[in-house]
Design a protein around this ligand. Structure first.
Ligand SMILES: [Fe+2]
Ligand SMILES: [Fe+2]
Length: 449
């Protein structure tokens, strides 16, 4: 008979006792004797621990469990973990403000997700050593990377980036080449000379040397080297164009620019407001992938003036004006009723999503692919949220110029696959998947027969 391997954490049950200490590198994460509960299971998953030493089969005595639970706090946090936690909260205080993040980090769930991601990344001593050195070399560069880590990780999760953990670490170290740039140059508050600017740009290439010297995997290489490349080939160091830039690089470029524009820098002129930074990104769709600019707006729920948005009451509205200190409570004008009001502070009405912005509607031919993708997102969101009629408004835009066999492959099959992915990810129940498939059948009969 084949014996089942019980050393995977997926076999752990609540109330069981961990039989031997669990280490990550040299750090003690969980001490033997700890009772398994939901929090522990979640932490193990976040830390990427999948396997344990084989379990001993012993039922713990009741009073022993109670003592162990009391000692849990002591057991759980080694000195190193404690230092990382302190750094996380110190950095949070430095970078996070509602004027730049909206209300997204008012949620404990988001905050503890980021905290766990940060801790598990820095438990790799190569990463923590590099970040501590960067903080010493130039505190601003460190806090900027931390800022990019927070926004980048949240956005990666919303945008379906596959390996979020690696991407999050990439966000922490993508500017690590700055370790090799002279501190005086990094902190210079005047305009840089041509030579100085060229030296500064080299942080992208120096970063790869840092990666190699510290024996870090090459999966971070492209983020480090290419985060200043732009879709139209105007970036550096290689002037790569869109076809060479991965989704991860495109997302990082958006977040990096947003952070660099809006984060307060010691001894430098006033930063951009979040609104101004988003307007700038929106207006440069030849350089930045517009779908990530839209995702960023939707994440922090900050929309510039003249954006058309969909509200939770089903209405569409134009953003009439925005207060830079509280950009998440704009003044709106409902399109069909012309009613003007401030987004209610009690959240009785909220902005569900972005629809369009004047400068984006007027899309140039070279961004045709992005435009199609934006329409696809509208179509798919309406389709999933149950509004087939509204979804079908976007169908002609999504299928424009396609022959009917292409509509079948590029739209219908894609729709079926995305519905299936959502069900596998747990975002749709089997019943909801069934309803969605019926709707797809309806679309086929409406459009292809
Ligand atoms: Fe950079
Ligand atoms: Fe940067």
């Amino acid at each position: 008979m084949v014996q089942e391997d019980l050393s995977f954490i997926s076999h752990l049950k609540k109330g069981e006792v961990i039989a031997s200490d669990i280490y990550f590198n040299k750090t003690l994460l969980v001490k033997a004797g700890t009772v398994v509960n939901n929090e522990l299971l979640k932490n193990l998953e976040n830390w990427g621990v999948t396997k344990l030493q084989p379990k001993k089969q012993f039922p713990p005595k009741k009073n022993k469990i109670e003592n162990l639970v009391k000692q849990k706090e002591k057991i759980f946090y080694s000195k190193e973990l404690f230092d990382i936690k302190v750094l996380f909260y110190e950095s949070l205080q430095y970078v996070v403000s509602e004027a730049r993040y909206g209300l997204v980090l008012n949620s404990d769930v988001e905050l503890s997700w980021l905290e766990n991601l940060f801790i598990s990344s820095l438990l790799d001593s190569r990463i923590s050593t590099l970040l501590f050195s960067l903080k010493k070399q130039d505190p601003y560069s460190y806090f900027h990377s931390f800022d990019v880590f927070l926004l980048g990780s949240l956005l990666a999760r919303e945008s379906g980036i596959k390996d979020i953990r690696s991407f999050a670490i990439g966000c922490l170290i993508y500017d690590i080449g700055k370790l090799k740039i002279n501190r005086k140059l990094l902190q210079k508050d005047d305009t840089l000379s041509k030579t100085e600017y060229e030296e500064m740009q080299k942080h992208t290439v120096y970063g790869i040397n840092v990666l190699i010297e510290n024996d870090l995997p090459l999966i971070y290489r492209d983020l480090i080297k290419s985060h200043h490349e732009r879709l139209d080939g105007s970036g550096y160091p290689e002037g790569l164009t869109s076809e060479f830039l991965s989704e991860e690089i495109r997302l990082l470029a958006v977040v990096d620019t947003y952070s660099a524009l809006t984060l307060q820098r010691p001894y430098r002129k006033n930063p951009f407001s979040s609104i101004k930074a988003i307007e700038l990104l929106l207006s440069k769709e030849n350089k930045y992938d517009i779908k990530y600019v839209i995702s960023l707006m939707e994440l922090i729920k900050i929309y510039p003036k003249d954006c058309i948005v969909k509200l939770s009451n089903g209405k569409r509205a134009r953003i009439k004006s925005v207060n830079e200190n509280q950009p998440y409570f704009p003044i709106l004008e409902e399109l069909d009723t012309a009613k003007v009001y401030e987004l209610p502070l009690n959240f009785s009405i909220t902005i569900v999503r972005f629809i369009e912005w004047e400068n984006i509607v007027d899309v140039k031919p070279d961004s045709e692919i992005n435009k199609k993708e934006i329409y696809w997102n509208y179509f798919f969101n309406e389709f999933i949220n149950g509004d087939l009629e509204e979804a079908m408004n976007y169908f002609p835009m999504v299928t424009e110029g396609m022959a009917s066999n292409n509509i079948f492959i590029d739209v219908i099959i894609r729709l079926i696959k995305e519905v299936e992915t959502k069900r596998i990810d747990g975002q749709l129940s089997i019943g909801e998947e069934h309803d969605a498939l019926l709707k797809i059948k309806e679309i086929i009969s409406l459009t292809l027969v």
